[in-house]
Ligand binder design. Structure first.
Ligand code: TXA
Ligand code: MG
Length: 327
């Protein structure tokens, strides 16, 4: 996998050429790094699933330069228009009804009648989408089930064969994946995955209302990636309540605090100096990866936030999934 430095003038045209030829390129976004392929090239899309070890029933998000391009693939309702006016470009993914006659193959959306779409805000990725004019299918650039990458070296460490290049845009701003909202047939909205944009912000828009809770059995095929066990480090993690780290620990146990503790022995770490929520999210996956790959620790304990709104809700969601062993 070659590294293309985003500051280099030729990096974007090299990335676009590779994508046009059906190769996979890892790209920076404002949330996490994505593993991109030309969304209309079925064999390139298939390689995404192979490289990640991702089941074919788990649909992908397609990224576009503008809403205009999306209107060729999906139905755009007044509700959708309100959401996109308010939050795009940005870390919000919308699940919209597919139109017939579009050019994105069924494989991308795992045969569903809806398609997940996003106009991202990251300047490099936006420029790539604009210059290439390609719709880019991109899941997070990690092996299926593992922690998402927030730096180019994370992509290089956990994916290799089958990825032509990684476009280096430094560390991702938000550090957790986009908020996913489904726009339902009756124009209500449903939160499928918490992320940087809080559902409270979405519901504050005039005329936007929340859908009733989904029935248990209905929830199964909606988002297979929203499995109870996901984003999981190889060592696993254990959670502890705010301010109550486990008492009997050894030097082989790492303790992760949300903010800098007053006394911090060598095996104690923190996600933010002051407990700032955006900073906690920004640093989360990098620290979890570092602790997962070091030989120094056998076990990792992470403090669970009490707040469950805004971006910290996404942090809690990812921690709870990371702490759940697979079935
Ligand atoms: O921030 C992000 O969203 C990153 C960057 C690269 O954009 N992408 C990302 O993709 O997190 P991925 O594939 O790791 O997560 C997308 C989630 C999956 O859980 C998938 O099941 C769900 O979106 N999804 C995709 N299409 C869907 C659809 N039509 N209906 C319901 N869920 C869908
Ligand atoms: Mg993912």
């Amino acid at each position: 996998m070659q590294r293309l430095w985003g500051g280099n003038a030729s990096a974007l045209s090299t990335a676009a050429d590779l994508l046009r030829r059906g190769e996979l390129v890892a790209i920076p976004t404002e949330t996490v790094y994505g593993l991109a392929a030309h969304a209309c090239n079925e064999s390139a899309v298939r390689s995404i699933f192979t490289v990640k070890g991702r089941p074919l029933i788990d649909p992908l998000i397609v990224h576009f330069a503008s809403l205009d391009q999306i209107s060729e693939e999906c139905e755009i309702s007044p509700t959708t228009q309100k959401l996109t006016d308010a939050f795009w470009p940005g870390p919000l993914t919308l699940v919209l009804p597919r139109k017939s006659g579009g050019s994105i193959p069924q494989l991308v959306s795992a045969g569903k009648s809806s398609l997940a779409v996003r106009v991202p805000g990251h300047p490099l990725f936006r420029q790539l989408l604009k210059d290439s004019r390609l719709p880019l299918a991109a899941p997070s650039a990690n092996p299926f089930g593992y922690i998402s990458p927030t730096r180019p070296e994370h992509v290089e460490a956990s994916l290799n064969a089958g990825v032509a290049a990684v476009l280096d845009g430094g560390q991702c701003e938000h550090g957790v994946e986009s908020t996913i909202i489904e726009v339902c047939d009756d124009q209500s909205v449903r939160l499928l995955r918490p992320g940087p944009i809080a559902i409270e912000e979405v519901l504050r828009l005039p005329g936007i209302r929340e859908a009733s809770a989904r029935q248990e059995d209905e929830s199964l095929p909606v988002a297979p990636g929203m499995l109870k066990s996901h984003y999981r480090p190889a060592k696993g993690i254990e959670l502890f309540p705010l301010g109550k780290p486990p008492k009997s620990i050894t030097a082989r146990d790492a303790i992760v605090h949300l903010m800098r503790p007053s006394i911090a022995p060598e095996n104690h770490f923190w996600l933010s100096e002051s407990g700032n929520h955006s900073e906690i999210a920004h640093n989360l996956f990098h620290l979890l990866r570092q602790l997962d790959t070091t030989q120094t620790f056998d076990r990792v304990y992470v403090e669970t936030p009490e707040v469950s709104s805004g971006i910290i809700r996404a942090v809690r969601d990812r921690l709870e999934r990371a702490a759940t062993p697979p079935d």
